[in-house]
Design a protein around this ligand. Structure first.
Ligand code: G6P
Length: 448
């Protein structure tokens, strides 16, 4: 079996035509070239493009050593971060770990928990209660170093860690990943003497999974980051502008989704048939949503976990407004084997499946769903990954990143900024009387 991911757009034809797709080949190629020659919008954020092939042995070894040192000290690691500062790690860790990993008592790797991605008071209190008496460490990730949610969680967690092990030992258990020279987290980490990793200036948060932002937590979870990077390196080559359009899956995916969008398919639903992929979709939603949703345009990104959501959103997908298309991530081979047992009494009527793999049942659900949805007017793009391993996931991440850059340029937006995210922050700061927001505070309070 080939160990590469495959893209199949044949089930969109009928909604769009092959000549619609081919007709955009030159534009897609131009957009891909524009990314590589750095002449497009947001060209100060293109560091992710060659990231896989430029990661050095020293960088990988350093990350692995830090992971080893933390692993030796900590049974639990709290990853503090929001958006691009945690979604990539969680996506990879969840997709490549035993689903019940966090319940295992005899562990080789620390449990990874998350904070700073919400402002839930109960969440933090319950987390602190869990951490009591545990040997824990913190990885604090913030590109800007000024994001409120992680800063707030870190302040609380750091105080707790210092209370538990003392200020000196806490320093050995805290790693900060942030800007090279700016931001509150940079200042704090420098002053306190925490181990620091840098998020390069030219890599935006949602494109940062292959920097220490993703690699350190992923390594801590016991995942082979070299294989992850190797998969991304492979995809970097396969999606380069020199690769002809017919073979360039990033260009084809970017074109296909834009052609569907032009035909009124304004919502893309990323579907999986494996619960471990849930957070890959969450990561993908930030990647595409923040990259393309601007200037009053852009596909709306949604996601579903099948077959669970066939029993909830399945109805809408089958018969609701015909404004959607579906992109399915299909895993060709499971890592484990389980066959349906025979039951003499057959009271549940399932003996027709006896001896069949559970994955065979899943694959028939997938095929049946694809056919039903196409019949219902939902174009279907299929992305097949060979199996859930680090090499395949590395390919998948880079594939989505590359296609996103191309797709954003096809749409005509800057895929590397996110000006709209500031609106809620400004209001929140005004409402909280943050120093520097006095005028906004006065204004907003009149509106309440
Ligand atoms: O890493 P940080 O600077 O803390 O940013 C975390 C996240 O929040 C911001 O508001 C942006 O919208 C995201 O793109 C970013 O990933």
């Amino acid at each position: 079996m080939e160990k590469v991911i495959k893209l199949d757009i044949s089930k969109t034809l009928g909604f769009i035509s092959q000549s619609d797709v081919n007709g955009q080949a030159t534009l897609a190629k131009k957009c891909n070239e524009t990314l590589h020659n750095g002449s497009g919008k947001g060209n100060d954020f293109l560091g992710w493009l060659n990231l896989p092939s430029s990661i050095t042995e020293d960088q990988l070894a350093d990350i692995e050593n830090t992971a080893k040192a933390l692993r030796a000290k900590c049974d639990v690691i709290v990853l503090v971060g929001i958006g691009g500062s945690y979604l990539g790690s969680k996506a990879v860790i969840d997709s490549l770990s035993n689903y019940f990993d966090w319940l295992q008592a005899d562990r080789k790797n620390p449990v990874i928990l998350y904070a700073g991605n919400n402002i839930g008071e109960d969440y933090l209190v319950e987390l602190l209660a869990y951490l009591k008496g545990k040997s824990f460490g913190i990885i604090n990730i913030s590109k800007s170093g000024t994001t409120t949610e992680p800063a707030l969680a870190f302040r609380i967690l750091k105080a707790e860690l210092e209370k538990a092990v003392g200020k000196e030992e806490a320093k050995n258990r805290i790693v900060a990943i942030t800007d090279a020279a700016r931001g509150a987290l940079f200042t704090l980490a420098t002053k306190e003497g925490f181990k620091k990793y840098v998020i390069p200036d030219n890599v935006g948060g949602r494109y940062s999974v292959l920097t220490p932002v993703g690699l350190l937590p992923i390594a801590l979870a016991g995942i082979d980051i070299r294989q992850l990077v190797a998969g991304a390196v492979y995809m970097e080559k396969e999606t380069a502008p020199g690769v002809p359009f017919e073979k360039n899956i990033a260009e084809i995916y970017a074109v296909t989704r834009n052609e569907l969008y032009k035909k009124g398919k304004k919502i893309e639903i990323l579907a999986n048939f494996n619960p471990k992929l849930h957070y890959i979709a969450e990561w993908w939603k930030q990647l595409y949503g923040e990259s393309e949703g601007k200037e009053n345009k852009g596909i709306f990104n949604a996601s579903v976990d099948f077959t669970a959501d066939l029993h909830s959103m399945g109805q809408w997908i089958q018969e609701g407004e015909r404004s959607i298309f579906e992109t399915v991530i299909s895993v060709a081979q499971p890592n484990e084997t389980l066959t349906v047992p025979t039951d003499e009494e057959n009271l549940d009527g399932l003996n027709f499946l006896a001896g069949k793999r559970v994955d065979f049942v899943n694959k028939m659900a997938e095929l049946g769903t694809q056919m039903a949805h196409i019949d219902g007017g939902v174009p279907n793009i299929k992305i097949e990954i060979p199996k859930l391993d680090a090499y395949s996931i590395g390919q998948l991440l880079y594939f989505f990143e590359k296609a996103c850059g191309i797709s954003g340029y096809i749409l005509g937006v800057n895929p590397f900024d996110q000006p709209g995210v500031e609106a809620y922050k400004k209001n929140m700061f005004a409402l909280l009387d943050k120093p520097g927001f006095e005028k906004e505070s006065e204004e907003i309070k009149k509106r309440i």
